[in-house]
Design a protein around this ligand. Structure first.
Ligand code: F6P
Length: 560
C-alpha cells in the first residue's frame, strides 16, 4: 500500500485575519472572575457533550468573540478538509509520506475504507480476529508453557506507544478484568523493571509479548533478550536448541515480520500491523493484546466502539459543538496567543493514574514541533509542557505552584460521575468517591476565582492570597467504562490533530528523538569497548569517571 492519495495543499491559519484578530484579543486583560460577572450564564453556553462525555470550558479565558475568532481560525486552515483527509487515508504524515489511519483501527466491520487499493477494514478485522484467538487461548488456559502448565502471567515488553497505551488502558479498566492472568509492563532500558518483574514470575507459566512497531528499538530488544536468556536458563536449554520454547513463550507485535522472524518469533505468534499506524496511536491495533487478555475481546471491542463514536462526532459535528475541535482550539488559544507554556492533566480517579504519562507522549511527541509541513520555522509557541498526576495526590504535591506560583498553567480536570454504583454495600467507597468529586470541583473553582471564590475579596495577608485566573476545562465521564475510555482517548488524539492543523505542523513524525539514539550508539561503543572518548569535554569527563569507577569496582569485586 504505497500509492497513497496526497493531501490537499491547505491554507495556513498563521497568515489569516482570524490569527490577527486573536492576537489583538489576547492583549486584553482576561479575568475569569470578570467573565462570570459579565455573563452569569456562561456555564450553559460554554459546555458541550458527546459520547458519554460532558465538557465544561466556561472557566477558560474566552468569551463569545474569542470563540468565534477561533472557529474562523479553524476555517482559515480548512480544518474540515484536513479532518476528512485524516479519516480517508490521505498522506497527512508528510515527512514520512504516509497516512495516519488510527481511526481505521476502530471502524466497524461493515464500514468501507479502501486506501491505495487495499481494503483496510478487512485487514483490520482479520488482525482483530487473530488478537481474539490468541488472547482466548491464553485466557482459556489452552496456551501452555514449556512444561505443559497454563499461563499465569503475560509481560508486555515495549516502550513509548508500544507500552503507554496498553498500560494505561489495562490499569484504567481493571474492574473489567475477568481472569486471574496478570499482565505486567516492562519498558525501561536499564533492566530494573524487568529484573523486578522476573523475580516474581515463574518461567514455566509466563508469556512475553514483544511489542515494537519497528522491532528495532534497543530498549525493547535488550529487555527481550534478557527475558529470553532467563527462559532458556530456566528450561535448561541453549538458544537454538529447542524452538518450541520460543514458540510457547514469545509473541511479537510489529510492522516488520522479517525482523520478528530473525529474532525467533514463530510466524504463528506474529501479530502484524501497518506503517500507517503511528506508535503513540497504536493501542487500538494488535498492540492492545494485553488489554484483550486482561478484560476480554468484547470489552476491547467496546473500547474501539467508544473511540469510533468520537471519530464520527469529530467528523460530522459543527465546530461549535465539536468536543475535540473546541478542546484543540482552546489549547491553541492558551499556548499561541495567551502565552501559557504549561498544561496539566488532573484525573480525580485513581484508575486513570497512567493517563497523564500517556498524554505526555501523545501531545508532546506529536506537537513538540517548530517547523511547518513545508519546513518553515514558526514564530509562535506550539505544544505546551504537559504533565499531570491523580488530582488528589497532586493537591499535596504541585498545586501550591498552581495556586500561588508565578506561572500560568492551564488545567484539564477529569472525573467520573458514577463509581462504585454496582457495589451497593460499599457506602464508605461511595463516600470517598463523592469526596474526590467535591475536591475536583473545589480546586477548579479556586484556581479560576482565587480568594474571590469565597467572597472574601483580596486577602490582606499576601501569603494567603489566591489570585486565581488559572484557566481550566472540566471533563466528566458518566462512568469509566471501556466505551467511555475509548471516547476519551480518541478525544485527545483528535485534539492533537486540531492543534497541529492550526499550526500546520506534522503531528505524526518524531524526528527529534532520532539523533539521541544515534549518539547513544557511539557513546555505548566507548563504554563497551573501553575505547577512547572523542566527544565534547563534558561527555569525555563523565565517561572517564564512569570507566575509572567501573574498572576499580570490577577489580575490587574480582578480589572479593
Ligand atoms: O523513539 C520514539 C519512538 O519511536 C516512539 O514514537 C515509539 O512509540 C517508541 O519509540 C517505540 O517504538 P517501537 O514501537 O518501534 O519500538
Amino acid at each position: 500500500m504505497t500509492d497513497y492519495v496526497q493531501p490537499n495543499i491547505y491554507p495556513q491559519a498563521r497568515t489569516s485575519t482570524a490569527w490577527q484578530r486573536l492576537t489583538a484579543l489576547a492583549q486584553q486583560s482576561w479575568s475569569i472572575t470578570a467573565l462570570f460577572a459579565d455573563s452569569p450564564k456562561r456555564a450553559e453556553y460554554f459546555r458541550v457533550t458527546a459520547a458519554s462525555l460532558y465538557m465544561d470550558y466556561s472557566k477558560q479565558c474566552v468569551d463569545d468573540e474569542v470563540m468565534q475568532a477561533l472557529f474562523a481560525l479553524a476555517d482559515s486552515c480548512d480544518l474540515q478538509a484536513r479532518i476528512d483527509d485524516l479519516l480517508q487515508g490521505a498522506t497527512v504524515n508528510s515527512s514520512e509520506q504516509r497516512p495516519a489511519l488510527h481511526t481505521a483501527l476502530r471502524l466497524p466491520k461493515d464500514a468501507k475504507l479502501t486506501v491505495a487499493g487495499t481494503d483496510v477494514v478487512n485487514d483490520v478485522h482479520e488482525s482483530l480476529d487473530q488478537v481474539e484467538r490468541l488472547a482466548n487461548r491464553i485466557r482459556e488456559g489452552t496456551w501452555r508453557g514449556f512444561s505443559g502448565k497454563a499461563i499465569t502471567d503475560v509481560v508486555n515488553i515495549g516502550v513509548g506507544g508500544s507500552d503507554l497505551g496498553p498500560l494505561m488502558v489495562t490499569s484504567a479498566l481493571d474492574d473489567w478484568a475477568d481472569t486471574d492472568i496478570a499482565v505486567h509492563f516492562v519498558s525501561n532500558m536499564d533492566g530494573s523493571q524487568l529484573d523486578n518483574v522476573l523475580k516474581r514470575l515463574s518461567p514455566e507459566t509466563t508469556v512475553f509479548i514483544i511489542s515494537s512497531k519497528s522491532f528495532s528499538t534497543v530498549d525493547t530488544l535488550s529487555n527481550a533478550e534478557t527475558a529470553r536468556t532467563w527462559l532458556f536458563d530456566a528450561a535448561k536449554l541453549r538458544l537454538g536448541s529447542d524452538d518450541s520454547v520460543l514458540r510457547r513463550h514469545f509473541i511479537g507485535i510489529s510492522t516488520h515480520a522479517a525482523r520478528m522472524c530473525e529474532w525467533g518469533i514463530h510466524p504463528e505468534n506474529q501479530l502484524k500491523f501497518w506503517e500507517w499506524v503511528g506508535g503513540r496511536f497504536s493501542l487500538w491495533s494488535a498492540i492492545g493484546l494485553t488489554v484483550a487478555v486482561r478484560i476480554g475481546m468484547d470489552n476491547f471491542r467496546a473500547l474501539l466502539a467508544g473511540a469510533h463514536n468520537m471519530d464520527e462526532h469529530f467528523a460530522t459535528t459543527s465546530f461549535d459543538k465539536n468536543l475535540p475541535v473546541i478542546l484543540g482550539l482552546l489549547a491553541v488559544w492558551n499556548s499561541s496567543f495567551l502565552d501559557i507554556h504549561a498544561h496539566t492533566v488532573l484525573p480525580y480517579d485513581g484508575r486513570l493514574h497512567a493517563l497523564p504519562s500517556y498524554l505526555t507522549q501523545l501531545e508532546m511527541e506529536s506537537n513538540g514541533k517548530s517547523v511547518t509541513h513545508q519546513g518553515d520555522t514558526l514564530d509562535h509557541n506550539t505544544c505546551p509542557i504537559l504533565w499531570g498526576e491523580v488530582g488528589s495526590n497532586a493537591q499535596h504535591a504541585f498545586y501550591q505552584l498552581l495556586h500561588q506560583g508565578t506561572q500560568q498553567v492551564s488545567c484539564d480536570f477529569i472525573a467520573c460521575v458514577a463509581h462504585y454504583h454496582h457495589q451497593a454495600s460499599a457506602a464508605s467507597l461511595q463516600y470517598q468517591h463523592q469526596l474526590a468529586l467535591a475536591n475536583c470541583l473545589a480546586q477548579s473553582r479556586v484556581l479560576a476565582f482565587g480568594n474571590a471564590s469565597e467572597q472574601q475579596g483580596i486577602e490582606a495577608d499576601s501569603h494567603k492570597h489566591y489570585r486565581g485566573n488559572q484557566p481550566s476545562t472540566t471533563l466528566l465521564l458518566d462512568a469509566l467504562t471501556p466505551y467511555s475510555l475509548g471516547a476519551l482517548i480518541a478525544l485527545y488524539e483528535h485534539k492533537v490533530y486540531v492543534m497541529a492543523s492550526i499550526w500546520d505542523v506534522n503531528p505524526f513524525d518524531q524526528w527529534g528523538v532520532e539523533m539521541g539514539k544515534a549518539v547513544a550508539t557511539s557513546v555505548h561503543h566507548v563504554l563497551a569497548e573501553q575505547a577512547p572518548a572523542d566527544f565534547d569535554a563534558s561527555t569525555n569527563a563523565l565517561l572517564r569517571h564512569i570507566q575509572q569507577y567501573q574498572n576499580g569496582a570490577s577489580t575490587a569485586a574480582h578480589k572479593e
